[in-house]
Ligand binder design. Structure first.
Ligand code: C2E
Ligand code: MG
Ligand code: MG
Length: 621
């Protein structure tokens, strides 16, 4: 507005001719043409004045000092005063322009003559008590007139509609609880740096809850009962939250995240104890049976509890932790709460990290084999070795197979890994044989996972590897678990038969932990039983001088005799003491394996052990 050639016009004179801005609401509402040459300026001025006074839009002309020069009836109505009473008042106070810094600054600039337009929404309190939302617009008076025109449009109805729409968007219609969207909005706001640094404990807590057996209610009693149950659960959760919030700045936010999942968000939590109390109270509240239209329903819930510092926490991170913890609560038996455990989580993460690096690790040569002696019980001679794989992990160090074989089986990496183990073990066995051509050769026993039999051509692999390494099939033994061969028909059975026909020996590993159906096993092409370590461990009492466990011995003896009658030889695992070895020998066990003889060792150590038989270790106990 500044810079017009006429220079500033006193504000009091200007309502009317100066209003030229076609965008200007006031100008449109007056519906007059300021440039009609047929009218005298005075006429025009008068009609604008009355138009201004009668306009339905609340308006005021404000001078450079920010004082109201004139206000119309609509504004007086809006503010609950008489029109005359507004003249001379500080305009900014009337519509609360100073309440935020940006608006205030823009307003001051306008008063100083800046050609701009300002718009903001304000809630005004009417003297009769009701509140009105208004949209305030301030713009320079046109044609260089001195001062600004302030207009206030009542937008209460629109705001209310928007509010109702927002409520609908942010709340779940079944339980009337805040929904996922609102929950995440609140969570993100709570994790905002400004919010947790502006006082409070700087911590945040979450109970993430899932109803046990809700699906059954839905399926058997129908969705209507299901919905009513959810609403009743919501009510109880709200009660728990109210009680927890008693005497504190705010109660936990209860939200329905979907299906039968709920969350209680505790801002400014004081520690895990507070969250544990809340979780406990929720479990107790939900344990009470629900009465729904004559139906009495019992319900329980599983809760994952996370409590941590807000700094450095993200909404996704918190939810992931809560999700994992809820999963633990369910896995641990449901109807309980479980606290997030970083160590348990690290273990899970390690599993993931291991799973994702398994395959490349084979090509990178990170796996190594150790060999554990298999010793003849009768003569104490080293007759063979079991190959046991280890993962020399760059980050986690040397890992035993229990850490990764299961993972490898799950994702199929066991197939290439198993092939590598087989080839490496056969090559090594052949090397030992060539090192000592005059001595009876050692056989090598290799563990084979079920999936290798199913998902790869094990027979072809074995044949190829034997041909490649030059190892005689009689010097190779394959260990499979009972569960892998039990009930095997079709392909696995054919594979076992083909291997056996080739001259390769099949051993049943960890025998006794599964079905233990010897008669059935003997019909399969199996020639060795490896007795699980738990049997040998049953012998331990004799060493300590306590009462021996004859029952175990009787069972093992009967098992060995039966195995022999069925044409199988028996190897005992986990032989740790010479007393155990002595008793095993007495009851006819053929071969022993265990720490008594040697732990699993690198291949060159086996070469050394070949020189000294284990006669002494076997002893005569
Ligand atoms: P397994 O085949 O039953 O192997 C024997 C396990 O018992 C080995 O554990 C061995 O170190 C341990 N052991 C030997 N003597 C004693 C003893 O006197 N006392 C005790 N307490 N333990 C003894 P390791 O090496 O950790 O292997 C665990 C399992 O991993 C093996 O059990 C086998 O099922 C599997 N595994 C090992 N290598 C391979 C492989 O190359 N392929 C497949 N599929 N599985 C493998
Ligand atoms: Mg084994
Ligand atoms: Mg075993």
């Amino acid at each position: 507005m500044s810079g017009t050639s006429e220079g500033p016009t006193p504000a009091a004179d200007l309502i009317g001719p100066a209003v030229t801005d076609s965008n200007h609401e006031a100008s449109r509402r007056t519906g007059t043409d300021a440039h009609d040459p047929c009218r005298t300026e005075a006429d025009a001025s008068d009609s604008y004045r009355s138009a201004f006074a009668a306009a339905p839009l609340a308006m005021a002309v404000v001078d450079r000092e920010g004082l109201v020069v004139s206000a119309n009836a609509a504004l007086a109505d809006l503010l609950g005063t008489g029109p005359g009473e507004l003249t001379g008042r500080v305009a900014a106070d009337l519509v609360d322009l100073a309440s935020d810094a940006r608006t205030w600054h823009a307003y001051r600039e306008l008063l100083r003559g800046r050609d701009a337009r300002l718009r903001c929404a304000r809630r005004l309190k009417h003297p009769d008590g009701h509140n009105a939302w208004v949209q305030v617009t301030v713009a320079p008076l046109p044609d260089g007139a001195d001062g600004v025109l302030l207009a206030a449009a009542d937008i209460s109805a629109r705001r209310e509609l928007q509010g109702r729409l927002r409520h609908l968007q942010m709340h779940d219609p079944v339980t009337r609880l805040p929904n996922r969207t609102l929950f995440f909005e609140r969570l993100s706001a709570a994790l905002d740096v400004e919010s947790y640094e502006s006082g409070g404990t700087g911590r945040i807590g979450l109970c993430y809850l899932d109803l046990d057996g809700f699906k059954a209610v839905n399926d058997t009693l129908g969705h209507r009962v299901g919905d009513r149950l959810l609403a009743a659960v919501a009510e109880r959760l709200n009660r728990c939250a109210d009680e927890a919030g008693y005497g504190r700045a705010s109660a936990p936010l209860v939200a329905r995240l979907g299906g039968d999942e709920f969350a209680l968000l505790v801002e400014d939590s004081t520690g895990t104890e507070q969250l544990a109390d809340l979780a406990e109270s929720v479990l107790t509240a939900l344990q009470e049976p629900f009465d729904l239209a004559g139906q009495r329903l019992s319900l329980s819930a599983s809760i994952g509890v996370v409590e941590r510092q807000a700094a450095g926490t993200t909404a996704t991170g918190l939810m992931q932790a809560a999700d994992t913890t809820l999963y633990w609560a369910k896995a641990d038996g449901k109807s309980r709460w479980t606290l997030f455990d970083p160590e348990r989580n690290a273990h899970r993460m390690t599993r993931q990290a291991l799973a994702s690096t398994l395959r490349p690790a084979i090509d990178r040569g990170q796996f190594v084999l150790e060999y554990q002696p298999l010793v003849g019980m009768a003569d104490g001679r080293l007759s063979g070795v079991e190959a046991l794989v280890r993962w020399n992990h760059p980050q986690f160090g040397m890992l035993t197979p229990n850490r990764f074989i299961g993972l490898a089986e799950e994702d199929g990496a066991i197939v290439p890994l198993g092939r590598w183990v087989l080839a490496t073990a056969c090559r090594q066995a052949r090397r030992w044989q060539l090192e000592r051509p005059d001595e009876p050769p050692l056989f090598v026993s290799v563990n084979v996972a079920v999936r290798q039999v199913w998902d790869s051509d094990l027979v072809a692999d074995v044949a190829e590897i034997l041909a490649e390494t030059g190892l005689a099939p009689q010097l190779l033994q394959l260990e499979l678990t009972e569960s892998a061969v039990m009930g095997s028909a079709g392909r696995p059975l054919q594979a076992l038969q083909a291997l056996s026909d080739m001259g390769v020996r099949i051993a049943i590993d960890d025998f006794g932990t599964g079905y233990s159906n010897l008669a059935y096993l003997s019909r399969l092409p199996v020639s060795v039983l490896k007795l699980d370590g738990s049997f040998v461990r049953g012998f331990q009492y004799e060493d300590s001088g306590a009462h021996p466990s004859p029952a175990d011995e009787v069972i093992v003896e009967a098992m060995i005799q039966l195995a022999h009658r069925l044409g199988l030889t028996v190897t005992a695992e986990c032989v740790e003491t010479s007393a155990q070895a002595g008793r095993l020998r007495r009851i006819g066990c053929d071969t022993g394996q265990g720490w008594l003889y040697s732990r699993p060792v690198p291949p060159d150590r086996i070469s050394q052990l070949m020189d000294c038989p284990f006669g002494q270790a076997v002893g005569n106990a």
